[in-house]
Design a protein around this ligand. Structure first.
Ligand SMILES: [Zn+2]
Ligand SMILES: [Zn+2]
Length: 424
């Protein structure tokens, strides 16, 4: 499929991030979305009242986070002893048991990065309302905003909290503090706010996309006349410079290099595979009950839950911690191994593979649930020798598996799924 577009006053050309096709997009009305005609990827969207709406969500998010940190999160009572925690306690507890890296992970993905993200949204949207132009600072902050986005895990943490609640409720009395409810609101608002921020729209507020008289057509990755900026989506004519720089946001541009991309993804994926072994062999946590300590690996935890009759939780943990990481690793391996065969395959095949890739990318972060469950249990259940839970070395290895499979999926350039017209 080839397209042939010349930009007009009411349209601009961009290249689809997922399949590389050069597409002409008309200026959108509020509430409209533009999709790639070939792979259906959402190229850009314009929500109703983008500035006011996004600012309102970001501000409410920050208020809810402040409330979530100010009051008790939940408490746990067992045989007359009560333990109450706040969100920050959970981080402190992990740190006490020499799990500073896990504590850092929790603090970063659930509190620090969302705070930075929301503050950036506030700053940039206010700047956009004041019609500021793309200064060096604005460009830097815009880039930072989109770098942070994949690492916000507030929704995953909330599911982790719900799973731990059901897990603990079979052991003892659990009561929820006011911060638990504000945290639920915070999680929903973060997800909504992130969905309102559109990359193309935001860049357009500061630096308008540059247009050319020349016709660009076909696929960016196979054309030798232009490169698409992965940061701001500007199409850049190829120049003589050795390091090509985007004319709009000054990011360095990457030439499409399938072999190099395959190597990088393999390296990230192999790291994940290596850590998958200790993640499953070593205990993810130790449970102390009436003086005796019992280690449990991920799979032992699932089996125990199943034997205790907690079928829904056993299923959630099994899917998130065993099934998803394995399927994700296998799916990426399959995409990488078959990438070189793309040359002879029709578009239909590419669309199917792209669907597999999209699912892989979407589900990846949800595997972090088990790590968060361990974090909450460790923070909450600390009644000395009566009953206590400590993190095991498996938890950190497992977090590394999740992070590296996410990095591998992000690094994978899905444009390689489309064949090069030179070989047909
Ligand atoms: Zn596309
Ligand atoms: Zn750019």
């Amino acid at each position: 499929m080839t397209t042939n577009f010349l930009p007009t006053n009411n349209s601009f050309i961009i290249s689809c991030e997922e399949c590389g096709l050069v597409v002409s997009v008309s200026k959108l009305e509020e509430g409209q979305k533009a999709h790639c005609p070939r792979c259906d990827h959402t190229l850009t969207k314009k929500i109703g009242h983008p500035k006011q709406k996004t600012l309102a969500y970001a501000l409410t998010c920050l208020i809810m986070l402040f409330l979530s940190l100010s009051f008790p999160f939940m408490s746990f009572s067992f045989q007359g002893l009560t333990q109450e925690i706040t969100l920050l306690n959970a981080v402190n507890m992990l740190e006490q048991y020499q799990n500073s890296l896990l504590a850092l992970l929790l603090l970063t993905t659930v509190i620090i990065l969302p705070t930075i993200y929301m503050s950036l949204v506030l700053y940039l949207y206010v700047a956009a309302s004041k019609k500021q132009t793309g200064s060096k600072r604005i460009i830097f902050l815009c880039k930072l905003l989109f770098k942070i986005k994949p690492w916000l895990m507030v929704d995953v943490f909330l599911l982790g909290v719900l799973v731990s609640l059901i897990k603990i409720s079979s052991l003892a009395d659990v009561s929820l503090g006011p911060s638990f409810f504000t945290f639920c609101l915070y999680a929903v608002l973060v997800v909504k706010c992130v969905s309102l921020v559109d990359r193309s729209w935001l860049w357009e507020q500061f630096i308008p996309i540059q247009q050319f008289k020349k016709k660009y057509q076909g696929e960016t990755q196979h054309a030798n006349d232009h490169l698409s900026c992965h940061v701001c989506h500007q199409i850049n004519p190829i120049s003589e410079e050795t390091i090509p720089i985007c004319i709009r946001c000054h990011s360095s541009l990457r030439y499409f290099d399938m072999n190099k991309n395959l190597q990088q993804v393999w390296a990230l994926l192999l790291t994940a595979i290596i850590f998958y072994i200790p993640a499953n062999v070593y205990p993810i946590m130790y449970t102390v009950s009436l003086g005796s300590t019992e280690p449990s690996t991920i799979i032992e935890g699932v089996i125990l839950l199943w034997q205790l009759g907690s079928y829904p939780i056993a299923t959630v943990i099994f899917i998130a911690s065993v099934f998803i990481p394995l399927v994700k690793i296998l799916a990426l391996c399959w995409l990488l191994i078959t990438a070189k065969k793309v040359r002879n395959l029709p578009d239909k095949n590419a669309i199917q593979k792209l669907k597999v890739y999209r699912v892989t990318e979407f589900i990846g972060r949800w595997s972090m649930i088990d790590v968060f469950v361990v974090a909450i249990l460790v923070a909450l259940i600390q009644l000395k020798s009566l009953m206590a839970i400590y993190p095991g070395p498996g938890a950190l290895s497992f977090a590394i598996v999740v992070i590296f499979t996410m990095l591998a999926a992000m690094r994978f350039d899905s444009r390689m799924l489309w064949r090069d017209p030179k070989y047909t």
